[in-house]
Design a protein around this ligand. Structure first.
Ligand code: GAR
Length: 195
């Protein structure tokens, strides 16, 4: 059984989708939900699901990234995390931290990577006039949003879409894609999954 820590910064809907999936014959169990924001809505959701939570607020560390990451690592290691799932975790990590967990850390990103790494993915897809949008689960490497792609799900961009309507349509697919990729990844399958 793989022990999974989930990193969040916000509402945690992807975290909830992952945790709900990790029962029965699933090869993983959630051992920790960790937020860098004390006010992240996902913390209460994790607690309600019976998953231990922790907060490592990045703000007191200021520019001291190493200090913040040492504290993150302390929690991850204390929880005995085998795999780490970024689920709306909005901090960029240093290459040193990434190396420490390389091959064991996944992220979900709300675009069809390699298109639109970084922020404002839906706005950028709309501005470009794209006919489709989607989400990607990838391995976390030192290059932002550029690690090996493990899976993607696509949705159409519809006439009249706004950032909000497109984000909502993509989010539905995120909740399907991330659990599906997590199951496969935990069993050693790194082949790309297209939903
Ligand atoms: C999700 O759309 C996720 O793909 C995105 O933040 C949202 C978090 O929602 N992640 C990123 O933009 C990472 N750069 P959630 O907290 O409800 O899962």
């Amino acid at each position: 059984m793989k022990r999974v820590a989930i990193l969040i910064s916000g509402g945690g809907s992807n975290m909830v989708a992952l945790v709900r999936d990790m029962t029965g014959d699933h090869p993983c169990r959630p051992v920790l939900v960790l937020s860098n924001r004390p006010d992240a809505g996902g913390l209460a959701k994790a607690a309600a699901l019976g998953v231990p939570t922790a907060v490592v607020d990045h703000r007191p560390f200021g520019p001291n990234r190493a200090g913040f990451e040492a504290e993150l690592a302390r929690h991850l290691d204390a929880a005995g995390a085998d795999l780490i799932a970024h689920a709306g975790f909005m901090r960029i990590l240093t290459p040193g931290f990434v190396r420490r967990y390389q091959g064991r850390m996944l992220n979900i990103h709300p675009s069809l990577l390699p298109k639109y790494p970084g922020l404002h993915t839906h706005r950028r897809a709309l501005e470009a006039g794209d006919a489709e949008a989607g989400c990607t689960v990838h391995e976390v490497t030192a290059d932002l949003d550029a690690g090996p792609i493990l899976g993607q799900a696509r949705v159409p961009v519809l006439p009249g879409d706004t950032e909000e309507t497109l984000a909502a349509r993509v989010l539905v697919q995120e909740h399907r894609l991330y659990p599906a990729v997590m199951r496969r990844f935990a069993l050693g399958n790194r082949e790309r999954l297209d939903l």
